[in-house]
Design a protein around this ligand. Structure first.
Ligand code: NDP
Length: 402
């Protein structure tokens, strides 16, 4: 069976995906790499050598150009680790050429900071008719958190009632202010209003207004704030017994103070402003002056700790399960010259790709991660650098808000 992959995007996450694919020739024969700035692909090829079969410049906002590249390269699968804005043009190109698709973040229109699956779920019928597969959100969150939830549903519960995804970065990169993945996408996400699912409806909160101090294993107590995160949408749909689903992320005081100032002076706005005779988007300009997330790994210390806390019923009795992974920034740097946020996204992208290419996760249509059997994915997490732990009862994660 041929196992050729085209990776689009050569940023922080792309760097990890390319290197992990190169380390696993049992899953990947030819690795093609394309991005807007071809110099970044060439730099990776200089680093890794001939495991990268070819490099290409492509503007993935243009479905026609992506389709032309797909016809030239003929991969079996496209791994999209460019930005969420490119999801739909790349899916269109996959449809045109009959090639499978994987990404790590759901589509967002550039001019509205709104992320939901409706746009990509709308491709279900066309992908099914064409006989090709799209795997959505194969990063950590979304991604591994969806698989943890499916694993808990399969092995630990008859019925799941509450879900809390807890995402802690307990690391220190030594910078006054930096984001751990693309700054534009990251700031759009955390400045939105919070949203969670309860009793059959979505409830909104002011941005970063609901706080829990959670005790993360191996890290300690960290202030965690309720955010809306895209996997909540697919998880409440696919596990309808969930009465409540929330997402929490840690932020330090220094980070929040910088963010507040940037917001107050208008630097996080996505509304274009006139500057020296041309229109610029303040948030895009801010991205240009902030550190490149891919460059943060040198000297980054500490760990990420991300997990899924679930309560529900098994054999008529109340039950609680917590599944999590801790990932060390410095270890990631030693292995693939990346920090843990890029690593915890890139490794699941490689694993999702490997399962699609070897036929384990292959079904025509558009799917979220929790719709496939979680066991083979969980096994590969242990094999490829993201080992997980599970406790039943006595979870270190305890909530004051219910
Ligand atoms: P970066 O900004 O570091 O990299 C993005 C890459 O995509 C860059 O190489 C960029 O090129 C390229 N790119 C941007 N626009 C285009 C275009 N029009 N055509 C072709 N290439 C383009 O981002 P990250 O690596 O940090 O993030 C990558 C993706 O991973 C994002 O979608 C992000 O949301 C997602 N993510 C998912 C997570 C998860 O757990 N599920 C966690 C973290 C990130 P150039 O160098 O020219 O700018």
């Amino acid at each position: 069976m041929s196992k050729n992959v085209l990776i689009i995007g050569a940023g922080g996450v792309g760097n990890v995906v390319v290197k992990k694919c190169a380390m696993n020739p049992q899953y990947f024969d030819k690795i093609h790499l394309a991005s807007r700035t071809v110099a970044k692909c060439e730099a990776l090829r200089r680093e890794i050598g001939e495991r990268i079969t070819s490099v290409h410049a492509v503007d993935a906002d243009d479905a026609g150009r992506v389709a032309a590249l797909l016809r030239e390269v003929r991969p079996d699968l496209v791994v999209n680790v460019a930005l969420p804005y490119q999801d739909l043009p790349i899916m269109d190109a996959c449809l045109e050429t009959g090639i499978d698709y994987l990404d790590t973040a759901n589509y967002e229109p550039k001019d509205v900071a709104k992320f939901e699956y409706s746009w990509q779920w709308a491709y279900q019928e066309r992908f099914t008719q064409k006989g090709i597969t799209a795997l959505l959100g194969s990063g950590f969150d979304p991604g591994v958190t969806n698989v943890y939830t499916a694993y808990a549903a399969k092995h630990y519960f008859d019925e799941m009632h509450t879900l809390d995804i807890v995402d802690c970065n307990g690391g220190d990169h030594g910078q006054a202010f930096a984001t751990n993945f693309n700054p534009e996408i990251n700031i759009r996400e955390i400045t939105q209003r919070g949203r969670y699912w309860e009793d059959g409806a979505w409830h909104e909160t002011d941005p970063l207004s609901l706080r829990e101090d959670l005790d993360y294993p191996g890290v300690g107590v960290r202030a965690s704030y309720l955010l809306y995160h895209e996997e909540l949408e697919s998880l409440v749909k696919h596990f309808p017994t969930l009465r409540r689903a929330r997402f929490w992320m840690t932020f330090g005081e220094q980070y929040l103070t910088h963010l507040r100032v940037l917001q107050n002076v208008g630097m996080t706005s996505i509304e274009p402003v006139e500057f020296q005779g041309r229109k610029i988007v303040p948030l895009e300009f801010l991205k240009a002056v902030l550190p490149d997330p891919g460059s943060l790994s040198t000297g980054y210390t500490g760990q990420t700790s991300i997990g899924t806390h679930i309560t529900g019923i098994k054999d008529g009795k109340a039950k609680e399960v917590f599944i999590w992974n801790n990932c060390d920034h410095h270890q990631c740097h030693l292995e693939v010259q990346a920090q843990a946020v890029s690593y915890t996204t890139g490794v699941p992208a490689m694993i999702g790709a490997s399962l699609m290419l070897d036929g384990t996760w292959k079904r025509a249509g558009v799917w979220n991660m929790e719709q496939f059997d979680p066991d083979p994915f969980m096994e590969r997490l242990n094999q490829h650098g993201l080992p997980w732990h599970v406790v039943e009862g006595n979870s270190p994660i305890r909530f004051q808000h219910g």
